[in-house]
Design a protein around this ligand. Structure first.
Ligand SMILES: [Zn+2]
Ligand SMILES: [Zn+2]
Length: 301
């Protein structure tokens, strides 16, 4: 899995700071997560091919998370896109987007498929043979979901010595990596676990923005390899958290610790602060493996 941060600041785009958007590469997918203003410029800057984006996940309808969406949809049209585009987001997202297209008399020449979300429980919203995406219901000023991206269990690995020893014909190797028992050259059933080993551990990534501290997301994101959790404020502004329904770096770290995640990525910083180091320092008082998201930064996990 490779994550590219296109923007990780709250509120408004500035000369050097972009609002929320990121691209997650998972197997053959390029999932776009949130689409703040300027996302298409950031995509170009980081050489991400537009036509590889087939699924866009929008957490909520605050401008810093989706004001770039209509622009991107329109650019896809001008680039004569033909591939379907799936958009997952809160109920109302279809109305917002289609009203603009209607008034501009600029309908897309590709299929735009909306998956509007209304549930306050975690649900499976995307699945294919390699991956799954679930919602993570969050607590913000408007209806908001985070997203959990999970690889499925991959192929098993052949234990070549054991396979040869068991006298299995090469034609059955495919069945073996898929986890099936097979019949060997002597007509005997060979148990899969005797001749194969577990494959690579499937990876998982959770995106949680925007939200105030919400402990009941912990079971949903338990043991993920990486968690992006918003950290709008430092401790000195912790009192603003409940009012604006945002979190502090320390609260993000508490969630990371309770969920036993691999790495915590902080982001959605308020632009009132001069630097980012204090976010990391405060989070590390609670949880050690902390990384700072920064526009343009990539993470492999
Ligand atoms: Zn925001
Ligand atoms: Zn928001």
């Amino acid at each position: 899995m490779k994550l590219t941060i296109l923007g990780c600041y709250s509120a408004t785009p500035r000369t050097l700071n972009n609002t929320t958007s990121q691209v997650l590469e998972l197997n053959n997918h390029m999932f776009l997560i949130d689409c703040g203003e300027g996302t298409q410029v950031q995509l170009r800057k980081h050489k991400i091919k537009f036509n590889r984006i087939k699924h866009i996940f929008i957490s909520h309808l605050h401008g810093d998370h989706f004001f770039g969406l209509v622009g991107l949809i329109s650019t896809f049209r001008l680039l004569t896109r033909e591939t379907d585009l799936h958009i997952y987001g809160p109920k109302g997202i279809k109305e917002v987007v289609t009203l603009q297209m209607k008034l501009a008399d600029s309908w897309t020449n590709y299929n735009l498929i909306f998956h509007e979300l209304t549930s306050d429980k975690s649900e499976l919203i995307f699945e294919d043979e390699k991956a799954q995406v679930f919602t993570i219901p969050l607590n913000h000023r408007v209806y908001t979901n985070g997203f959990l991206f999970k690889e499925k269990e991959g192929d098993r690995k052949l234990d070549i010595e054991a396979v040869e020893e068991a006298n299995i014909h090469v034609a059955y190797y495919r069945k073996l990596v898929q986890g099936f028992d097979v019949i060997n050259e002597d007509g005997k059933t060979i148990k899969n676990e005797l001749v194969t080993k577990a494959g690579l551990k499937p990876k998982s990534y959770a995106f949680c923005s925007d939200t105030m501290y919400k402990e009941d997301i912990v079971p949903i994101i338990k043991n993920v390899d990486a968690l992006y959790h918003e950290s709008t404020f430092l401790e000195k502004h912790a009192h603003l958290g409940p009012k604006t329904k945002h979190s502090t770096a320390k609260e993000a770290a508490t969630i990371a610790k309770l969920a036993n995640v691999g790495t915590l990525l902080l982001g959605h910083y308020s632009t009132r602060y001069d630097g980012l180091n204090a976010f990391k320092e405060e989070a590390q008082e609670v949880f050690s493996n902390v990384e700072l998201s920064e526009d343009g930064k990539t993470f492999d996990f």
